[in-house]
Design a protein around this ligand. Structure first.
Ligand SMILES: [Zn+2]
Length: 405
C-alpha cells in the first residue's frame, strides 16, 4: 500500500489529537440514549466554551449549539448526540462505556455513531478560526442534535427553524469512512392492523382468525420487497415486516386482532402515498377488515418538549455537481491529500429534514465505518478522527470559495 504523507492541514490538526481522544472517551463514558442526553449535552457545551467558541448553549428542545463567526454564509455542522442502547452486556467483549483504546482505535457505544461526527466538528470549526479563517464571511454553527436514533431529522429541523434560522449549507458528521456523501433512501414506519372474530379455540370454524388473515398479507409483503423499484445511485426500495403481535382473549381462543410493523425504505421517486397504496393493492389486503397507518412519534425531549410528528422520513439526494458537494470534495482534497470518493449512506440520517423536508443543501463527511454503527464493534480510528478535524477546518474555506458569491 502506498504510504500517504500527512497534509499541511493534518499536521495543524495534530494539535487537537490528544484533546480529541480525551473528549471522545468522555463522550463514550456518558450513557446517552435518546431522550436522555442532558449530561452529554452539558459536556459538549463545556468543551465548546473551553475552546473559546463565540457562543455555546442548548436550545429549548435540548440540542447543543456552538457558534463561531458572524458572517453572512450560515453553515451548520450537525452530529447527533444520542446513541442506541447496548443490548445484552454479555455480547460485548469490552466495557461499552470505558472508552478502551487499542490498535489505534477508541472503542465504545457511540464512537462510530455519532460522536465520530461531534468530535471532529467541534475541533475542526475551532481549527478553522485558529488558522485565520475568515469569520467575517461565514458563521459556523456546530450542532449536537438529540433523539436522532428514534426520530431522524426531528431535532435538527427544530434547531434549523426555531433556534438558528436562515441556514444555507449543512454537513452531517455521520460515518462515511472519510468519503463525501450526498444522499440516502428515505424511510417510513407503517403499521397494519387486521380485525377478526374471536371464538373458543376448540371450535376455530366459528371465528375468523386475525393471524391467518394477516399471514396472507405478510407473505405478499415479502414478495413485494423483490419487485420494488431501483435507483442507480440510491439503490432499491425495500420493505420488511419487523414486528407482529395479536389480541386474543386467551391462549384457548381465536385471536380477533393482529398487527404488523413494516420498515419501508424509499428510493428515489418513492413517496409515502405510493408506499401505502402498494400495501392496499396487495391481494392479501382486505379493505373491510384491515387498516394501514403511518406511526407517529411523540416522545418528549430531555427538556420535556414534545414535537409530535409522522414517522415518514423523505428520500434526499444532492446532485454531484452542486457547489456544496464540490466544496466537500475540495475540502477533502486539502485535508486528505487525495480525491475523495462520492457516495451515499445505506442508513438514514438527519438529512431527511434538512434536505428532504426543508430543501437546504446537505452533504455528509465523517470518520468511522457505517457497518460499525449500532454494533458491538462500535469504534473510531484515531488517525481518521484527526483527518476529519482537518476536513472540518477546510470545509468553511471551500464553501466561502465555491458558494460564497
Ligand atoms: Zn447515527
Amino acid at each position: 500500500m502506498a504510504v500517504q504523507r500527512a497534509t499541511t492541514l493534518q499536521k495543524e490538526a495534530e494539535r487537537y489529537r490528544d484533546a480529541s481522544v480525551r473528549f471522545m472517551r468522555d463522550l463514550v463514558s456518558i450513557p446517552s440514549e435518546s431522550s436522555h442526553e442532558a449530561k452529554v449535552a452539558e459536556r459538549i457545551v463545556k468543551e465548546m466554551k473551553d475552546l473559546g467558541y463565540d457562543k455555546a448553549w442548548t436550545d429549548d428542545y435540548g440540542n447543543v449549539i456552538g457558534q463561531i463567526g458572524n458572517g453572512p454564509i450560515r453553515v451548520v455542522f450537525d452530529a447527533h448526540i444520542d446513541t442506541v442502547g447496548v443490548g445484552s452486556r454479555s455480547s460485548w467483549s469490552y466495557d461499552p462505556f470505558e472508552g478502551k483504546v487499542e490498535d489505534g482505535h477508541i472503542y465504545g457505544r457511540g464512537a462510530s455513531d455519532n460522536h465520530n461526527g461531534t468530535v471532529p466538528q467541534v475541533y475542526g470549526a475551532k481549527l478553522f478560526k485558529d488558522l485565520g479563517g475568515d469569520t467575517g464571511k461565514i458563521t459556523l454553527f456546530v450542532v449536537g442534535t438529540v433523539q436522532e436514533e428514534d426520530c431522524d431529522g426531528l431535532a435538527l429541523r427544530y434547531a434549523l427553524e426555531k433556534s438558528i434560522g436562515n441556514v444555507h449549507y449543512i454537513c452531517l458528521g455521520e460515518a462515511t469512512d472519510l468519503k463525501v456523501y450526498r444522499g440516502h433512501r428515505g424511510r417510513m414506519e407503517i403499521r397494519v392492523s387486521a380485525r377478526g372474530k374471536s371464538c373458543h379455540g376448540s371450535a376455530p370454524e366459528r371465528g375468523d382468525n386475525a393471524i391467518y388473515r394477516m399471514m396472507r398479507l405478510v407473505s405478499d409483503i415479502e414478495k413485494l420487497n423483490e419487485r420494488l423499484q431501483n435507483d442507480p445511485f440510491l439503490g432499491k426500495g425495500t420493505c420488511a415486516v419487523t414486528h407482529i403481535s395479536c389480541d386474543t382473549p386467551s391462549l384457548c381462543a381465536v385471536p380477533d386482532g393482529c398487527y404488523i410493523h413494516i420498515d419501508r425504505r424509499l428510493t428515489h421517486g418513492e413517496t409515502k402515498e405510493l408506499a401505502v397504496a402498494q400495501i392496499k393493492e396487495l391481494p392479501g389486503f382486505d379493505a373491510d377488515r384491515m387498516q394501514v397507518e403511518i406511526l407517529r412519534y411523540d416522545t418528549p425531549s430531555y427538556k420535556g418538549m414534545v414535537l409530535e410528528t409522522e414517522k415518514y422520513y423523505p428520500t434526499w439526494v444532492l446532485p454531484e455537481d452542486h457547489n456544496l458537494v464540490q466544496s466537500g470534495v475540495l475540502a477533502a482534497e486539502e485535508a486528505l491529500g487525495r480525491k475523495p470518493e462520492i457516495s451515499k449512506w445505506i442508513f438514514s440520517t438527519n438529512g431527511v429534514s434538512s434536505m428532504g423536508q426543508l430543501g437546504i443543501p446537505t452533504i455528509g463527511f465523517g470518520p468511522a465505518m457505517e457497518e460499525d454503527a449500532h454494533s458491538t464493534n462500535d469504534r473510531i480510528k484515531i488517525d481518521d478522527m484527526v483527518k476529519a478535524i482537518a476536513f472540518y477546518a477546510a470545509l468553511p474555506k471551500a464553501i466561502i470559495k465555491l458558494c460564497g458569491s
